[in-house]
Structure formats: C-alpha cells, structure tokens
Design a protein around this ligand. Structure first.
Ligand code: DI6
Ligand code: FE
Length: 409
C-alpha cells in the first residue's frame, strides 16, 4: 500500500498543548500508509519524502480522530416502548425493574431472537453511529444472562466488525441483572457468571468484564468475585458504578485497576480519589441521565479537581438510553453536565480510547491508527454546539475511505 496524503484540511489532533487543548493545526497535512499514520503537521512543514505521495484534498474540512463510543449495549432483542409509557405515567426505572420488567424484559426478547434478527437490529444502530464518524465501538453482553444467549450476543457483536468497517471491543456483562432462574439466589447466579466468563473467554469473545453494581444490581462482594475472576484471566475491568445510589463500587473498581467507572452521578470524594490514583477513566452517560429524567448530575468539578480523565458515551440500550447518536452526547455533555466543548470532544476520542485500553487511537500522531473523521464545520466546538445535524463528511477507517461515507466535496 502506497503512502497517502490528505491536504487542504484543518486538524484537531486531540493532543493538548498550552493554550491549544485540542491540538489544532490549521492548513495541515496528514500522511498515512495502510492502518498507520506516518506524519501529522502543518502542510508547509510536510517532509519532502511525502510530497509525491497520493494526494487527497479535503476542501477545508476539519479532521478529528475517528470517534469512539466506549459504552454501549448495542445487541438486544425487542423494545421497551411500553415501559417508557409507564415511566411517563409516573413509574420509576427501579420500580419497573423490581416488578420483573426492565432489563429482564429485554432478556426474554433477546433469548427468543435469532442471530440474524439480533444482527439486523444491531446493524441499524451501528450504522447510525458510523454515519457520525464513529470508528470504534464497545459492545457489552448482559441481555442473555445464560451461557447460550450471552455467547450469541457476543458473537453477533464480534461479527459486526466483519460486515462493517469498524473496530468492536466486547465486554462481558453477565452480572447485569439477576437471571430469572436465580430469583433470591444472587450468589448462586454469580457462580454461573464466573463459569460463563471462563467459557466465553476461551471462545475468544471477551475483551473486558463489567458488572452492574447497584441496589437493583449486584453487591460489592458479588462484584468483587467477578473482578477476581477477571483478574485471573488477565482481563481488564469496567464498572457500572454509582448510577442510582452511592454503592461505593467505584472505589472497589479502582482497587482492581479498572479501565473505567461509568455513570457516576452519586460518586463520592473518597471514591474519586481512588479513581484518580488508579488512573481510572470516568465515563459519563448523559443519555441515561436525560432519559431517566435524573436530577443529580455527576460531580464534574470533583472529577476535574482529581484530574480524572472524562469520557462520554451513548450507553445505547433499550431501557435507559435508546440513542444511537454520539454527537448528541457531545451536546448533552456540555448542556446537561456543563462540560466544556474541549472536555466533551476529548471524551469521545482520547479519553474514550483510554476507557477501552486502546492506546493506538483517539489522537492523531505518527504511529496512531489511521482512523479519521472529516467534518463540515467551522470549528471543532461546533460538534458540541449544533445538535441533530449531519456534519460528518467522510470517514477513513484503517487508512481506507469507508464505503458508507465517501468524501463529499
Ligand atoms: N445501567 C444502564 O443504564 C443500563 N444498564 C445498566 O446497568 C440499562 C439497561 C436497561 O435498562 O436495559
Ligand atoms: Fe450501560
């Protein structure tokens, strides 16, 4: 594959510099060969060895790293629109879950769905993300709660990367809710989770492990059992933590060196300190906050004071965030959580990469993956400012223009 050069573009490298937190370069050039970036800088500094490389003109587009959606539950069957109605009439998310609806109703529909039904539904969601310049997506299991369906969902997730140009990271979330076969026996269910984990790991279906640690999810002790098993397999961990209450999950996750703790509306100061020391990323999910009509915002000032990297994600799922738009999360992250546009953009690139343990993406520099998104905007912060607009002009995935989004100039 011969070297390629993109010119007539402006770049947000996402490598912060003093007075330039997005690492912006005007009138830039980007050189890549295959899946790797070879050079990023001002066009006037382009080394002569690249001046004869194959040229692509971007007609003034802004270029960012391909976006990264680092927390989704993209593969599920059925719909929860009926539950949405109940909530609009006053029922709470927790009440519905306790009455056997919520996650468990999606589990029933997901168990009943075929591989191809699941794939077809997931592809529609994925295609919306891809049209917005997303090039890496994390997908959690957790709507099977038994070995066969957990495996089915993770295989569907893996397969998405074969039928679309996208990187998929899979996370095993067997401890998402108590399986209906184990009512009043959560510890026995955790035994099953541990055996599922080793089976799915042996099948090569698991990149990371997650738990829903919450009063309607799993206790600290149960969460720790899953973390220990993950550690024995050398798998990184993540945690749904302090979404509906302060369950002290984030501090536990930090002790296990978690890649990320996600949600965090109820995070306390001590747990934040533990996250900071462990280098754990805080993944904020404004879609769930919005859709559940929560009123408690995550403690963004505390995260800043502790120097905790902040990521943003859709949490795409049928119950608390039926949303396929990462760009909308940029807007909501700023408007609802008071993130700065720079923080929000870093949250869907550099910090999202870190939340997945992917060090080769989320920034534009020599050696990084050649995943680029091109935008029809005047300034990167426009990606946070406008909402509901299609501004992605094209995407380069692993060095090739993505078929679904050829450059429109
Ligand atoms: N927290 C969430 O926001 C999602 N899972 C979780 O543990 C919601 C999943 C659902 O309601 O289907
Ligand atoms: Fe989630």
């Amino acid at each position: 594959m011969s070297p390629q050069v993109l010119i007539d573009c402006q770049v947000a490298t996402m490598i912060p510099q003093p007075e330039n937190p997005l690492g912006m370069i005007r009138d830039a050039a980007i050189v890549w060969q295959g899946e790797q970036l070879h050079w990023v800088g001002r066009r006037c500094d382009l080394p002569p060895q690249w001046t004869n490389a194959q040229l692509h003109e971007a007609a003034g587009a802004w270029v960012t790293p391909g976006l990264i959606d680092c927390h989704t539950h993209l593969v599920w069957g059925g719909s929860r629109s009926q539950e949405f109605r109940l909530r609009l009439n006053g029922a709470s998310y927790e009440e519905i879950a306790r009455a056997g609806g919520g996650i468990i109703s999606t589990v029933r529909a997901t168990r009943a769905a075929s591989d191809s039904e699941l794939q077809e539904a997931a592809l529609k969601r994925l295609d919306s993300l891809l049209a917005e310049g997303v090039t890496t997506v994390e997908i959690k299991s957790g709507y099977g709660l038994e070995a066969e369906t957990e495996a089915k969902c993770l295989r569907v997730a893996r397969n998405l990367a074969k039928v679309r140009e996208v990187s998929i990271c899979t996370t095993f979330l067997g401890a998402h809710a108590l399986a209906p076969e184990f009512v009043n026996q959560p510890d026995a269910y955790i035994d099953t989770v541990l055996s599922m984990l080793s089976e799915l790991y042996n099948e090569g279906l698991v990149d990371a492990v997650d738990v829903f640690c919450e009063r309607i999810g799993f206790s600290l002790a149960q969460t720790e059992r899953v973390f220990k098993a993950a550690r024995n397999l050398n798998l990184p961990i993540k945690l749904h933590a302090e979404q509906l209450s302060d369950s002290h999950g984030a501090a536990l996750a930090a002790r296990y060196g978690a890649l990320s703790c996600d949600h965090l509306e109820w995070l306390n100061e001590e747990s934040a300190r533990a996250m900071s020391q462990a280098g754990t990323v805080a993944v904020l999910l404004p879609g769930a906050y919005y859709f559940l009509r929560e009123t408690r915002v995550p403690p963004v000032d505390l995260l800043r004071a502790q120097g905790i990297p902040i990521a943003l994600s859709t949490d795409c799922n049928p119950g608390s965030s039926p949303c396929n738009s990462l760009l909308l999360m940029l807007s909501m992250g700023c408007t609802l959580f008071r993130l700065t546009p720079e923080e929000a953009l870093t949250g869907v690139t550099r910090h999202a990469a870190r939340a997945l343990g992917c060090i080769d993406r989320g920034i534009l520099q020599t050696g990084a993956r050649s995943d680029l998104a091109l935008w029809d905007i005047d300034h990167p912060s426009d990606l946070c400012y406008v909402f509901g607009q299609h501004t992605c002009r094209g995407t380069l995935y692993g060095g090739a223009w993505r078929a679904t989004s050829t450059l429109k100039v």
